[in-house]
Design a protein around this ligand. Structure first.
Ligand SMILES: Cc1cc2nc3c(=O)[nH]c(=O)nc-3n(C[C@H](O)[C@H](O)[C@H](O)COP(=O)(O)O)c2cc1C
Length: 412
């Protein structure tokens, strides 16, 4: 890849040490990196570290003798600006358009044709707070690209969303944003679980959170692809520039897929929604047989549910697509007893659905919230590729769907 000018802004998070690793990697890749640090950031990493890594003076103050117009000059010089780590404080300030410090002025003076990336890092409560979430949505609407936060244990000991992305993912996102827009695809991602009505208030559903699909959608958007996420209501939301639609039941998802795939040209569909295999056909209660979805069954009526199988939506995706060359990625989840037959069921799915790739993952192999051991299998017989986490899987899918890439390669 060509060498680029990158303005790298650090703000006051304990994750600043990880950002130093990303800075070092970018310099090693041949990019010219000029560091900017808020005064809070310099409480976590020293200016000497940043100067040593980049060979450049660290900019901190808006009103600096000899550098009073740096917010304009630096913005013109930079091919890309990234804030990493980005604190809640800075994200919320930027979304208000405040420019009384160097970072705010750099943001407002930024040429919006060039990429502006933000890699948040904070405690899960700060990340989930409506103030932060509304700022993220507002900034995304202005074209800022968010590098998805990681899940897991944060420095404060809490578990949840808000960790800074890993340095390798930050560098990949920066390089992807700098690569030319040619090869931009239109991709549909489905995520979350369907809910089938039992009565007026109860549903038959599953435990899917939709976080894998949201992360994949974010990654694809970050790489410049036009991405639509068709997700279950109340499932995980994307944090980047992703267009969203929601569904509740198998029927809703079925209709939305038909409308989207048939109505406009998509290049690929990543179908990771957990679609119910069954719906309620009839409910037997002592007093009669009510229709599924109607009324509320009395809590002591001891109903017997008769289920009917639902069609596999994955099987009809290509046939419903306005683009016959649609690339289809299917997901196969196994657990416990099914695991042994995993390879057979993946082959059967590839054959039956005509999918180009199947992501196989087994519930019992997950070791923690970050862990997502999965294997990507190819219809064309290319060697399978293993991924350890959701982020790795999202990056691999982005690579495989990218038209400029060589065919799948399993070499390390
Ligand atoms: C030990 C410590 C760790 C902190 N880590 C974070 C963090 O990870 N994310 C965050 O949003 N704020 C964090 N803060 C709070 C920010 O440093 C504080 O809001 C500061 O004013 C941010 O300023 P800045 O955005 O201008 O750099 C931390 C504060 C302390 C004392």
């Amino acid at each position: 890849m060509s060498r680029f000018n990158i303005a790298f802004v650090l703000t006051g998070s304990v994750a600043a040490y990880k950002a130093c690793d990303a800075v070092s990697r970018l310099v090693k890749l041949g990019h010219r990196v000029r560091p900017v640090a808020t005064s809070a950031a310099l409480r976590f990493v020293g200016a000497a570290t940043l100067e040593g890594l980049t060979g450049e003076r660290v900019l901190t103050e808006l009103f600096e003798a000899g550098g009073a117009l740096e917010h304009i000059h630096l913005g013109r010089w930079a091919d890309l600006v990234v804030i990493c780590p980005a604190t809640a404080h800075t994200i919320n300030r930027l979304s208000s358009g405040l420019a009384d410090d160097l970072v705010g002025a750099l943001f407002l003076a930024h040429d919006r044709r060039k990429p502006f990336l933000v890699a948040p890092a904070m405690n899960p409560a700060m990340w989930d707070h409506p103030a932060t979430q509304e700022s993220v949505a507002r900034l995304s609407g202005w074209g800022v690209r968010f590098i998805p936060v990681g899940q897991g244990r944060t420095a404060c000991g809490e578990i949840g969303d808000g960790r800074l992305a890993e340095p390798a993912d930050i560098v990949a996102a920066i390089e992807a944003a700098l690569s030319p827009a040619a090869g931009r695809l239109r991709i549909l991602v489905t995520s979350g679980g369907t809910s089938e009505p039992v009565d007026a208030v109860r549903v038959l559903s599953n435990t899917s959170t939709g976080s894998t699909g949201a992360l994949i959608a974010d990654r694809l958007a970050l790489e410049g692809h036009q991405t639509v996420l068709l997700r279950a209501e109340r499932s995980a939301r994307p944090s980047g520039a992703v267009q969203e639609e929601t569904f509740v039941s198998h029927g809703d998802l079925d209709r939305a897929l038909g409308r989207l795939l048939g109505g406009s040209r998509f290049d690929a569909v990543v179908h990771c929604a957990a679609v119910s295999d069954f719906a309620v056909e009839a409910i037997e209660v002592p007093a009669g047989t009510p229709t599924p979805g109607s009324g509320k069954l009395a809590s002591d009526c001891a109903p017997i549910l008769r289920l009917k199988p639902l069609p596999k939506l994955i099987d009809g995706l290509r046939a419903r697509s306005a683009n016959p060359a649609l690339k289809v990625v299917a997901f196969k989840l196994t657990s416990g007893g099914e695991r042994a037959g995993g390879a057979t069921s993946v082959r059967a799915l590839l054959e039956r659905s005509g999918a180009d790739m199947v992501v196989h993952n087994d519930l019992d192999e997950r070791a923690g919230p970050e862990s997502f051991p999965s294997t990507l299998h190819f219809r064309d017989g290319s060697p399978a590729i293993g991924c350890a986490t959701r982020s790795e899987l999202a990056a691999e899918l982005a690579r495989q769907l990218s038209p400029s890439d060589a065919p799948a390669d399993a070499s390390p």
